[in-house]
Design a protein around this ligand. Structure first.
Ligand SMILES: [Fe+2]
Length: 181
């Protein structure tokens, strides 16, 4: 994808239709579109501060990573299902990613609940963005489980805590799935 591609070109209507067509949980839930938008905001903030992080991959991670959950509780296979979805979407030419970026996205989705850290800047931003969103459950992230230096930045942590603990409905580019109250 050219570096000039916009988020609007990345998150297309057919892509979102496929994602939401297989989404089984509520639009107001703790793993639903409100969470995806806050993960997006966290991830883009982290990517801005993290050399080598790919903003397109982190944006797609935000959209996909919890979209194949079957419940809001214990669902250890939802990460691998999200990774499989990423590959299905790519095969259907709905993801504007080259192979290397697709592999990063799939890997970030597949292992995002394993409690690992990573040296990869893109995957690190994905996982840390999700961990900073523990704020929506009133939980501060344990720095042992953070991969990036940016996720320890007080301003980033403050913003994530504020919008997460409010379960804020953050703005996102056109086409992004909308949460409900
Ligand atoms: Fe998540």
């Amino acid at each position: 994808m050219p570096e000039t591609a916009t988020a609007a070109a990345l998150i297309t209507r057919p892509l979102v239709a496929r994602v939401m067509g297989g989404y089984r949980l509520g639009l107001a839930g703790i793993h639903g579109p409100g969470h995806w938008r806050r993960v997006r905001a966290n991830a883009l903030a982290l990517a801005t501060l993290t050399e080598g992080a790919d903003p397109h991959v982190v944006e797609l991670f935000a959209l996909l990573h919890d979209s194949r959950r079957l419940n809001d509780d214990h669902d250890p296979e939802h990460g691998p299902r999200a990774a499989a979805l990423a590959r299905e979407l790519a095969a259907a030419t709905l993801l504007a990613l080259d192979t290397a970026r697709l592999d990063l996205l799939a890997d970030a989705c597949a292992r995002h609940t394993d409690g690992d850290t990573t040296a990869d800047p893109t995957i690190g931003c994905c996982w840390d963005a999700d961990r900073l969103e523990l704020s929506r459950l009133g939980i501060r992230p344990n720095s042992r489980y953070l991969s990036t230096r940016a996720a320890r930045d007080p301003a980033v942590q403050h913003a994530a805590w504020t919008h997460g603990s409010d379960r804020a409905h953050l703005p996102a580019p056109p086409g992004w799935p909308a949460p409900r109250r």
